[in-house]
Design a binder for this molecule. Structure first.
Ligand code: PGA
Length: 262
């Protein structure tokens, strides 16, 4: 039996200039060369091409933060999966809570995007998570169940071998306070159960489930130490080379522990 891979993804949102981004990537590349953790950066569209070129001989993976659900068309300001792939993106974040909350994206639209990403061969990172009100009303599991079900409807297990799920409680994003490791583990375990119901138990056991929401260099290790947390999706702390590199190093030591314990 092998353990799931551990994936650390930085989500740069709408930050950094090309110069800052290039410096970051050049400095990070040597640090990820001989490690088992997979390290990814979800960068603004205009940076994908240049950074993918920089990282092409390395193990660092560049991806996008969003895309449209159709292959092409009259959609001013949108971007297609094919364009992202051509630019060098290898994955795409879909359904991030900022897209859901600020741009009114719903599960149905996100489902169409997941289908499009799968069809074009772009690895989907499906973001889910409950709001503060939903958690307070004890609706966390209900929300996780409906987001996973509705976002994955119509997809077959063999189309989702590459899927990553990012559990990001909305109340923890950018809040300065992450979910406790126990809270996150409980939600991740539940996500895996639902994935088992929707797909197959075997596949559910292989799918990487990342935690996101106020991860930093002080809490990353404890979160990753949980059995169903297979990596992190990091916003604010991924903007600093120092904190992001620290989290990558921590991931590597946790991964070694997890592999040894099998
Ligand atoms: P945060 O963002 O780490 O700044 O909370 C996480 C995210 O939005 O993916």
């Amino acid at each position: 039996m092998t353990h799931r891979s551990q994936v650390i993804t930085g989500n740069w949102k709408m930050y950094k200039t090309q110069t800052e981004a290039t410096y970051f990537v050049r400095s990070l590349m040597p640090r990820v060369e001989s490690i088992s953790t997979q390290v990814c950066l979800a960068v603004p569209f205009t940076m994908i091409c240049g950074l993918a070129e920089e990282a092409k001989e390395s193990r660092l993976v560049i991806g996008a933060q969003n895309m449209n659900d159709v292959s092409e068309g009259a959609f001013t300001g949108e971007i297609a999966a094919k364009m992202l792939i051509e630019a060098g993106a290898q994955f795409v974040l879909l359904g991030h809570s900022e897209r859901r909350c600020l741009f009114q994206e719903n599960n149905d639209f996100i489902n169409r995007k997941v289908k499009r990403a799968v069809k074009e061969g772009l690895r989907p990172v499906l973001c889910i998570g409950e709001s503060k009100e939903e958690r307070q009303a004890d609706r966390t599991e209900e929300v996780i169940r409906s987001q996973l079900t509705e976002c994955l409807i119509g997809l077959m297990p063999d189309q989702l071998k590459n899927l990553i799920v990012a559990y990001e409680p909305v109340w923890a994003i950018g809040a300065g306070e992450a979910a406790t490791p126990e809270m996150a583990q409980k939600a991740h375990y539940f996500c895996r159960q639902i994935l088992g119901e929707l797909l197959t138990i075997e596949l559910a056991n292989q799918i990487v489930i990342q935690y996101g929401g106020s991860v930093n260099a002080s809490n990353a290790k404890e979160l990753m130490n949980q059995p169903d947390i297979d990596g992190l999706l990091i916003g604010g702390a991924s903007l600093s080379l120092e904190s992001f590199s620290q989290i990558v190093d921590d991931s590597e030591s946790i991964l070694n522990l997890k592999v040894e314990s099998i």
